[in-house]
Design a protein around this ligand. Sequence first.
Ligand code: PMP
Length: 361
Amino acid sequence: MGNRVFNFNAGPCTLPLDVLKTVQAEFLDYKGTGMSIIESSHRAAEYDAVHTQCVALVKEVMGLDDSYTVLFLTGGASTQFAMIPMNFLGEGKVGAYVDTGTWASKAFKEASIIGKTVMAASSKDAAYKFIPKQADLKIPADATYLHITTNNTIKGTQYHYIPNPGSVPMIGDMSSDICSRTFDFRKFDMIYAGAQKNLGPAGVTLVILKQNMLDMCRDGNPVIFDYRTHAKENSLYNTPPCFAIYIMKLVFEWMKSQGGLPAIEEVNRKKKDAIYNMVDKYPDYYKGTAEKDSRSWMNLTFRLPSEDLEKKFISEAKAKGFIGLKGHRSVGGIRVSLYNALPLEGAQKLAQFMEDFKKAN
Ligand code: PMP
């Protein structure tokens, strides 16, 4: 596919080419049904098979057993910021949060509207340059849950350890690094992620709950916002985002075909090394914004010596087929998003471009 760019957007972003080709090939006549899967009823056998397979693939790839319930919800990860406190907070309950950047702050703020919250740790005073260490987490023993954001899409930081919250259930917003590395997902009692980075197109949010979380849901919420409704109806209480789920199923099949998470991690390691090696080779030119031990493998953020050079970098990169490199509007600079589907070749070629750009400017 000669005209495809290397897409470094932070999400929605690039999808595996094989997945796109399958979608294209199956689009008009899905497996001999004489219609597209987007025209299928969500109660039809052909859609049911997609839905069921997708649930099984999520558990298989992530190494989760049947004590976990997999849900496909809508409203993005942002809706989870509200549903979590709606379901788990209330009289005598407190949600503990670690503030590691924009999305973590939003989750905390939303919960604070609904219930009682406490900040277990924050790196706000250091411009979110690092991930707080285990020793810095102040988690009240009676907290109802601990909420962390495993990868900070805007600030370019990522947890490289899994916090130990003691007996407090742990919830992870994994929107921007889910399934990017081998990871013990079983350390979490709840996991959620908007699909539009590593899992598929925008429109579906993957939500995974362990039974203890479902047991903790409080009564009195609107039925649609009660996790138990969706668990009981296998995410078919209302019409699910069928097409997005179909593509997510193909993405999970693709992950398996690559060799699962160990193989994906290996490629992701090479990709981030290619870029960070260039940052470390020219530290006065490409100034990394995250502390080294907190650097994200998914969203790599750095500044150039001036905003004019940053603009030039972005526009020359674009002309060469590297798109989506502009940092989030709230922080500026450069952000290189290296999600699973971005090929190794893309990261290597961008690293070469960085070298050439530095020498020429
Ligand atoms: N959490 C994280 C870590 C994110 O990166 C994002 C979106 N970029 C969100 C939450 C919000 O997701 P959504 O747009 O699906 O609501």
